[in-house]
Design a protein. Structure first.
Length: 507
């Protein structure tokens, strides 16, 4: 069984001559408790081409200390990582193997570095004895196990915040260390430093920065790479059931699919079409639980708006049963999707696309005109769909047409967002106003789905001998909200229509 811990820490350089300041004088510290010396021995695992390290993940098997076992560290923010732990065993625990699958795909993980550390631990406590942070002085010996046999040694100071501690306390400790001429470490982790210092000369990382995008192809590929990386990076969060992770992964999937369709003059659409089909499948699978969650929240909010005197019968109980039935097994279904051969094949296809992009001649063009052309085309498609929907009389046909317009608004917005690094302010303004159109039309479509659900719930309630009055009242409120949204559409659309990037840039 794996458990997790949020790790917030800072690292500092040290030498044999380094002397710690009097930590008991740090603001907020009541006592410094010296815990003594601990010997730690950790073997770090990665693929032969260091895929985990490239994604800033670390996987180790450590003995010694109070937390011996397997540890997987996932980046959250600068200086913040989630550490997933599993008991000590000879082989990689399946739970951790699943969390790195999106990174390693079919590749095996092998021992790459061994770190042996002598850790001298000091616990900083508050006046009431509550632990505030743990400061350790680590003498580290690193040994390369794969890709060479170099070794390296260094001493560093690590300050880790206690559970539920205030991150501002690390700033206070940091100021005290820096006043004692102890400087922050340039390496984000021990593993990163070990890999850099034990790398063969020919493969030592250089200091070259990635080239700035210059062509339309550069910009499109940079956007595609960001979305592909987001899918891979969010995979462990989805498997862990972290809040909003499914939604974020679904958005990245849709952004990527939209880019492949919008920038078809840059990336060969015939070559990317199969990938687009798979991205559509993944977004649909990820949407099952999310759509149910959104609808559930909408119906509960509508019910909460009603006075108690208008809630007749076991309405809340029936709504709760419907929600439980709808969301039952969704986590298992999502996990099965991420473990499927089809999903892994999609990730491999994304790698291949970025390694050998099917660029067309327009990819070599300057980004301004080429990207503006693509964004303008999506904008025109949206304009035609909005006009068509508004020309229809109220009813199912108009609802369906507005839903198609919503999809076009989302695609146009994503196109503008992707082009923003090249087109600047016009694309930013266009994306913002297109988002307003998308949100309005999205709320309208959510209302359509809500009405269908309310009608079905009313039928069930009536069949069970329950009052259907409240369900009908909620249905009526959704109809009123839809009419209000349709009345607001012309004004929202006029603002979006004025920010077509080609017009704004004079194209």
């Amino acid at each position: 069984m794996a458990d997790s811990k949020r790790e917030i820490e800072r690292k500092y350089e040290a030498t044999d001559a380094t002397r710690l300041p009097d930590l008991s004088r740090v603001a907020g510290v009541g006592e410094v408790r010296h815990e003594g010396l601990t010997e730690l021995d950790a073997v770090y695992y990665d693929t032969e081409d260091l895929r985990l390290a490239a994604g800033h993940l670390t996987l180790r098997r450590r003995t010694g200390g109070p937390d011996a076992g397997w540890h997987l560290k996932l980046p959250v923010a600068a200086g913040v990582r989630d550490e997933i732990r599993a008991p000590l065993s000879d082989t990689l625990p399946p739970r951790l193997a699943a969390l790195i699958r999106s990174r390693v795909l079919d590749a095996s993980v092998v021992p790459v570095v061994r770190l042996r550390s002598a850790r001298d631990v000091h616990v900083l406590t508050g006046p009431d004895g509550t632990p505030l942070a743990e400061l350790s002085v680590d003498e580290v010996h690193a040994e390369r196990l794969h890709g060479g046999d170099r070794t390296a040694t260094w001493t560093e100071i690590e300050v880790e915040l206690a559970d539920d501690g205030d991150p501002a306390f690390l700033d206070t400790v940091g100021r005290a260390l820096e006043e004692a001429a102890i400087r922050p470490s340039a390496a984000p982790s021990k593993l990163a430093r070990a890999l850099a210092e034990t790398a063969p000369d020919a493969t030592r990382p250089g200091k070259d920065e990635p080239a700035e995008p210059r062509t339309a192809g550069d910009h499109v590929l940079a956007h595609v790479r960001r979305q592909a990386e987001a899918i891979v990076a969010l995979d462990p969060a989805v498997r862990r059931g972290l809040p909003d992770s499914v939604h974020k992964m679904r958005v990245a999937t849709r952004r990527l699919r939209s880019a492949l369709r919008t920038y078809r003059r840059v990336l060969d659409r015939e070559a990317t079409r199969p990938l687009g089909t798979e991205l559509k499948w993944l977004a649909a699978e990820l949407g099952v639980d999310r759509d149910q969650e959104v609808l559930d929240a909408r119906l509960r909010a509508r019910l909460d708006e009603l006075p108690r005197t208008l809630v007749l019968g076991p309405v809340r109980a029936r709504l709760r049963l419907w929600s439980v039935a709808g969301r039952g097994g969704s986590r298992r279904r999502t996990a099965a999707v991420l473990d499927s051969a089809r999903y892994l094949a999609l990730l491999r296809a994304l790698e291949q696309l970025l390694a050998r992009p099917p660029l067309l001649p327009a990819a070599a063009a300057a980004p301004g005109e080429e990207l503006a052309r693509a964004v303008h085309k999506d904008h025109k498609r949206l304009a035609a769909r909005v006009a068509h929907a508004r020309a229809l009389p109220p009813g199912p046909d108009r609802d369906a047409a507005l839903h198609r317009a919503r999809k076009a608004a989302k695609r146009a917005r994503y196109a503008a967002e992707a082009a923003r690094p090249a087109l600047g302010k016009p694309a930013k303004k266009s994306a913002k106003r297109l988002k307003a159109v998308q949100s309005l039309l999205g709320d309208h479509q959510d209302g359509v789905v809500a009405r269908e659900t309310l009608r079905a719930l009313a039928v069930r309630a009536q069949a069970a001998g329950e009052p259907s009055f409240t369900w009908g009242l909620l249905y009526g409120r959704e109809e009123a909200a839809a009419r209000e949204g349709e009345r607001a559409l012309p004004k929202v659309w006029r603002r979006a229509a004025r920010t077509d990037v080609r017009r704004a840039s004079g194209g």
